[in-house]
Design a protein around this ligand. Structure first.
Ligand SMILES: Nc1ncnc2c1ncn2[C@@H]1O[C@H](COP(=O)(O)OP(=O)(O)OP(=O)(O)O)[C@@H](O)[C@H]1O
Length: 344
């Protein structure tokens, strides 16, 4: 038995870009480009990165809703890419997803009872589905009497609770939460995150929790992986990642989180990354972050520096500095970064 519930090895998804009458592949979008991650049973792994960095593609690969270009996905130690249809169908009970947009992910023409019972029907669950659905409504904090209502009769937060009830209906082992609170008001976000935490304790769930903002995953995650242009650039236990971030991109994402104390917020140094994320169809050489990195130098154009403090032949081989100070920010790079002191 593997110590991990989920593991990916060198996972890649390169979507072909087709052109011309013959629709020949003229290039590839490297949406996921060599991802290795491990998630233990009962753990929450947060995955964070800007829009387009490959988070949803990675989620779909793990659920095998997409066939990867290369690599492996292991569930309880078994490579699920080798599974046939029947094995995959059985495995689907154990792997569920909660989507970002609770407005788009629920069929507006179906009653809530029918939506939540969908997975029970699809997997031929015996017993009284109505009673089970009412129990699920109660578990997620909704009124079981609302079984016959339509999705439009619920608020955004309530609809997300319906999506969660559907996801836990088959008592899965893993739930991938793909930006489940991004579309909700901040006050509602906290309630939904609390619900995820309660359900995890009650049902020993394992989560992969995707967000574009490090503040959202901080409280729910045991570990966090930061993604940039299809790769995981840094992954660490929460305390280490938030207390001692090593990758300059993690530093930049952390500096974007507003501080509750207005005085500290005014005084702190905010790192504003200039420029857009490069196209995943033509990623930069060396470290793919170097064109936006405050610490980049010639070494980074051809190499991906380690996150451990080290030097090779007297040259920089690490982009980790314990403290990001203004002197380092002024060193050896093109004028690609703006440091806005106290500017939000
Ligand atoms: N089916 C597809 N064909 C071609 N390119 C795709 C396909 N799906 C995604 N991509 C591209 O892959 C890259 C990663 O997309 P993905 O949706 O995984 O990113 P994301 O981090 O989840 O972004 P967001 O937060 O906006 O959802 C993007 O450049 C996207 O345009």
């Amino acid at each position: 038995m593997s110590e991990y519930l989920i593991e990916t090895r060198n996972l890649k998804m390169h979507f072909p870009i087709r052109a011309g009458v013959l629709r020949r592949a003229v290039g590839h979008v490297k949406a996921v480009d060599g991802v290795d991650l491990q998630v233990r049973q009962g753990e929450t792994l947060g995955i964070v990165g800007e829009s387009g960095c490959g988070k949803s593609t990675l989620a779909r690969l793990i659920l095998r809703l997409l066939e990867p270009t290369e690599g492996e996905v292991l569930f309880e130690g078994e490579n699920i890419l080798a599974y046939g249809q029947n094995q995959m169908h059985r495995l689907r009970r154990d792997m569920q997803i909660v989507f970002q947009d609770p407005f788009a992910s629920l069929n507006p023409r179906k009653k809530v009872g029918s939506i939540i019972a969908e997975p029970l029907r699809a997997h031929g669950e015996p017993g009284n589905h109505r009673r089970r659905v009412q129990e699920l409504l109660e578990i997620v904090g909704l009124n079981p009497e609302h079984y016959n209502r339509y999705p439009h009769e619920f608020s955004g937060g309530q609809r997300q609770r319906i999506g969660i009830a559907r996801a836990i209906a088959l008592k899965p082992k893993l739930i991938i939460c793909d930006e489940p609170v991004s579309a909700l008001d901040v006050s509602i976000q906290a309630q939904i995150i609390n619900l995820f935490e309660d359900l995890q304790k009650e049902f020993n769930l394992t989560y992969i929790f995707i967000a574009h903002d490090l503040s959202v995953v901080k409280h729910i995650s045991d570990r966090v992986a930061v993604m940039y242009l299809g790769k995981i650039v840094e992954a660490a236990e929460c305390a280490q990642l938030y207390g001692e971030p090593r990758h300059p991109y993690t530093n930049a994402l952390l500096s974007a989180i507003p501080l509750p104390d207005p005085k500290r917020e005014r005084e702190r140094q905010r790192i504003v990354l200039v420029g857009d994320v490069p196209s995943p169809s033509d990623p930069p050489s060396g470290c793919t972050f170097h064109v936006r990195c405050p610490r980049a130098d010639a070494y980074c154009r051809d190499n991906t520096p380690s996150l451990e403090p080290q030097r090779v032949d007297g040259h920089k081989a690490s982009c980790f500095f314990p403290v990001l100070d203004s002197q380092q920010l002024g060193e050896g790079r093109d004028n690609i970064l703006a440091v806005a002191e106290g500017r939000s």
